[in-house]
Design a protein around this ligand. Structure first.
Ligand code: SF4
Length: 418
């Protein structure tokens, strides 16, 4: 069934002029989901979106069980805070869908791939930030799932919901909500921004996404992301119109200062939470269960391949949990050089890989000296690379790598051309 598109204006945005543009995408979005598995060299890959980033202890147990019963006994956490299961057999779809639905992780089968959000993971835990990012994320997710046209968004379109501390506002979101000290929100799309009332922020983000779809459809270039839209100025008019249609009072403003993504440091957070990082973003089911052994534990998945465990009864419990997670193999202290290291899947899981990237990945002194993260990739797609400036370790053969520094500007240029 074809998804309905968002309502569009009867007025041509380019004055009726017909543009013939090169397509930036010449194929459908094949991004994996929880129900649409990607066939990798090590079996099926399922990717579960977690819009608010939050898992209950029951859901942690359910996912660990799924990895054991259906997959390879491991779970991956992606640079968008999604959870990957790998090594799945071709015929596991029904069993996996049933398990996820039972755990409350599949509210809408039609929308499961478009619920892409990164949310400030420490929101409400450490006294920083200006708003409750999780409530905005919950409301935005409900709005996304309640509309048919939103299924036309690609599996790569990303919402970033930042509580004002500036941690995920620099994560490359297509639409970003940034809480402001006075309770209002900045709504960014591309290099455009509007200021809206805090209560209107989720509806404003939805309106911005609808404007993107309308402009992308009109451009006819197959864009999946805002950076891929042609720079015609039609996006501003489309957003303004859709904000008005949604009844959102919005003030056009500047995008504010650039924000660099900032992961939480490992350790105790406040008195009732801890922050840890999964080395290279993969854990065993046993390590995953160790995050939430108590029924009241709440696990927040971060877009930096880490986890925040909240809901602990006090400081002593938090310190005890941190020690237990250290023994389980998580990175639990600031300063570990492995915090700055990430890697794609590489061989043997990915057929495109030139090397066993995860076995080769290691901290690089040159990157550490410049304060940059290093990302190891098995091919030029560089899956899961960081935002901002980073050191690129790109396989050129089995065990050989080219090391270069990539900057935000170069990444943006590359992304616009992908
Ligand atoms: S970067 Fe290349 S080798 Fe690595 S997972 Fe992506 S496609 Fe595979």
């Amino acid at each position: 069934m074809l998804a309905a598109m968002p309502p569009s204006s009867s007025k041509p945005r380019n004055g009726g002029e017909t543009h013939i543009r090169d397509r930036v995408r010449d194929r459908d979005d094949a991004c994996p989901g929880a129900l649409r598995l990607h066939r990798a060299d090590d079996g099926g890959l399922a990717r579960l979106r977690l819009p608010t980033g939050v898992l209950t202890a029951h859901q942690v147990a359910a996912l660990a069980g799924a990895a054991d019963r259906l997959g390879d006994g491991r779970l991956g956490v992606t640079s968008r805070g999604n959870i990957d299961l790998r090594g799945l057999p071709d015929d596991c779809g029904l069993a996996l869908a049933g398990l996820l639905a039972e755990a409350g992780l599949l509210p809408s089968a039609a929308h499961e791939r478009v619920r892409n959000m990164v949310v400030s993971p420490l929101s409400g835990l450490d006294g920083r930030g200006h708003g409750d990012a999780r409530s905005w994320a919950r409301e935005l997710d409900a709005l996304l799932c309640a509309r048919t046209w939103t299924t036309a968004l690609s599996g790569r379109f990303l919402f970033a919901v930042d509580d004002g501390r500036g941690d995920v506002a620099g994560s490359g979101g297509d639409v970003t909500l940034l809480a402001e000290p006075d309770g209002r929100a900045l709504v960014r799309i591309g290099d455009l921004a509007w200021r809206v009332a805090g209560d209107d922020a989720p509806r404003a983000a939805l309106a911005a996404a609808g404007a993107f779809l309308a402009v992308a459809r009109e451009a006819g270039t197959g864009a999946w992301r805002v950076a891929e839209l042609p720079r015609t100025g039609s996006l501003e008019a489309a957003v303004t119109e859709r904000l008005a249609d949604a009844g959102v009072a919005a003030e056009r403003t500047g995008p504010g200062a650039p924000v660099v993504a900032a992961p939480p440091e490992p350790g105790v957070v406040g008195d009732r939470a801890v922050s840890v990082v999964a080395p290279l973003g993969r854990v065993t089911s046993e390590q995953f269960r160790a995050l939430a052994p108590g029924p009241g534990d709440e696990v927040r998945v971060t877009p930096w391949r880490g986890f925040v465990v909240a809901g602990l009864p006090g400081r002593a419990a938090a310190e005890g949990r941190l020690a237990a997670l250290d023994r389980a193999g998580y990175l639990t202290r600031p300063g570990s050089p492995w915090l700055a290291v990430s890697a794609c899947t590489g061989r043997p899981g990915c057929g495109k890989a030139l090397a066993d990237v995860r076995a080769d990945a290691r901290p690089l002194d040159a990157a550490a000296a410049r304060g940059l993260p290093v990302h190891w990739s098995g091919c030029e797609r560089r899956c899961g690379h960081p935002q901002g400036d980073w050191v690129d370790a790109l396989a050129t053969g089995d065990g050989t790598y080219e090391i270069t520094v990539r900057t935000t500007r170069r990444d943006n240029d590359a992304q616009a051309q992908k």
